[in-house]
Design a protein around this ligand. Structure first.
Ligand code: THU
Length: 132
């Protein structure tokens, strides 16, 4: 079993709480901060489709409201799609708070199946440094 299997379990639990009556694609995401806190979220859809949002965004909201901090690991899972990867918008949102070396775990139905880094997930991403 993968050492971060607890993150897979947290992402699956969040996926079970997702609200996806339109696409019927439930997604769950979880992260662990460097100081060991776990945050998670599921996707939430809206009848006006573009107003819905992704599991990763719910997760980041939970994380920011709890105080944020350095992110060590991120995990994403979906029941219908093995190795689901965050959408383009969520890659940018994740990169806002994660580091290039943050581990990103992609899952199948049994657990973490592939590990990549944030830098691999969003190569050549826009960085906001110049805005500061
Ligand atoms: N979705 C996520 O929650 N995360 C992703 O990384 C990709 C897509 C959701 C959004 C929408 O509720 C459903 O999957 C279908 O696009």
């Amino acid at each position: 079993m993968h050492a971060a299997n607890d993150l897979f379990i947290a992402a699956r639990a969040a996926m079970a709480k997702s609200y996806a009556p339109y696409s019927k694609l439930s997604v769950g995401a979880s992260l662990r901060t460097a100081d060991g806190r776990v945050h998670s979220g599921g996707n939430i859809e809206v009848a006006s489709y573009p107003e819905g949002w992704c599991a990763e965004t719910t997760m980041l909201s939970d994380y920011v409201m709890a105080g944020g901090g350095p992110i060590a690991e991120i995990c994403v899972v979906s029941e219908k799609m093995d190795l689901i990867t965050p959408c383009g918008g969520c890659r940018q949102r994740l990169a806002e708070f994660a580091s290039p070396g943050t581990k990103v775990y992609l899952c199948d139905q049994t657990g973490i199946a592939k590990t990549i880094t944030m830098a691999e997930l969003l190569p050549l991403g826009f960085r906001g440094d110049i805005l500061k």
